[in-house]
Design a protein around this ligand. Structure first.
Ligand SMILES: C[S@@+](CC[C@H](N)C(=O)[O-])C[C@H]1O[C@@H](n2cnc3c(N)ncnc32)[C@H](O)[C@@H]1O
Length: 258
């Protein structure tokens, strides 16, 4: 059904953040990124009000040629580490690749590997992975970080998100996992926990995240900008033993308790 398609152009410093937000809140039918960073996207119906100051929106006429775009033309396999990659199902695995592969369709929820905070979280999780028996992902989005645990063979994977479309996407990605609508309070105790949230969200959820984490395997927190890291670290029960920066975001890992 294409009669209700509308096209919009987003420009400005917050355009990429606005697109991330839209992926969580509405069905984004397709996106094209111009060389100058302007984003053209297609939606069913109107653009919801965007909670960002630095983005200018212009509605564009929908052209017949628009329906020929799949919005997937620029999708690629994203190499997170030498032996870890993320790709959507419609992009082939690079022939020489050997390692952990996460196949995540893009579009229904945040987290298909493009975002720097996801990359920092994944890279660190991969580095500190010690095969926990129970894993929890707080703010799962598409389910990408929980999928990492599933692909590595973790037998009990649970995840949560406060957005229903994210819960639906993650459950579809990992039918065997427990995916809850809600915050970390909705999760059972876990040996390892990951949370990729904004610093404000991390601060708000931290007590409940720490209550879930049983300290048998690492805790990985991502989504902090450089100036926000110390404030979060000050509230943690131990110093980090590893960190990864994928600018502008930092991820930190806390060790298991001895
Ligand atoms: C930055 S995205 C991360 C998605 C995915 N985990 C990744 O790394 O790409 C943050 C997600 O956390 C969710 N979220 C925010 N606060 C939350 C909370 N207190 N509890 C659970 N989910 C939350 C948002 O809805 C969003 O889907």
């Amino acid at each position: 059904m294409t009669a209700d398609w509308r096209a919009f152009e987003l420009v400005g410093a917050d355009a990429a953040a606005a697109l991330d937000w839209l992926h969580v809140h509405v069905d984004v039918l397709g996106v094209l990124e111009a060389d100058d960073g302007a984003l053209q996207l297609w939606l069913h119906g109107p653009l919801p009000p965007l909670p960002f100051a630095q983005v200018q929106v212009r509605e564009l006429a929908v052209q017949a040629a628009d329906f020929g775009h799949t919005g997937r033309e620029q999708d690629i396999a994203i190499r997170i580490a030498d032996d870890l990659l993320v790709r959507p199902p419609w992009v082939e695995r690079p022939p020489a690749f050997r390692g952990v592969e996460l196949v995540v369709p893009r579009g229904s929820a945040f987290g298909s590997g493009e975002h720097a905070s996801t990359q920092a979280a994944l890279r660190l999780l991969h580095r500190v992975w010690d095969a926990p028996a129970r894993f929890a992902d707080v703010g799962t989005g598409s389910g990408i970080l929980a999928l990492y645990a599933s692909v590595r063979g973790c037998p009990h994977v649970q995840a949560c998100d406060i957005e229903a479309p994210a819960v639906a996407a993650a459950q579809q990605l990992m039918p065997a996992a427990t995916v809850r609508l809600g915050g970390p309070e909705s999760l059972a105790p876990a040996d390892a926990v990951v949370a990729n949230l904004t610093a404000a969200e991390l601060h708000a959820a931290l007590p409940a995240i720490l209550a879930v984490w049983q300290r048998r395997s690492p805790l990985v927190l991502s989504g902090m900008r450089a100036a926000e890291v110390d404030g979060v670290l000050a509230r943690l029960p131990a110093a980090p033993f590893a960190r990864e920066v994928v600018a502008p975001f930092t991820a930190v890992a806390l060790p298991p308790a001895r």
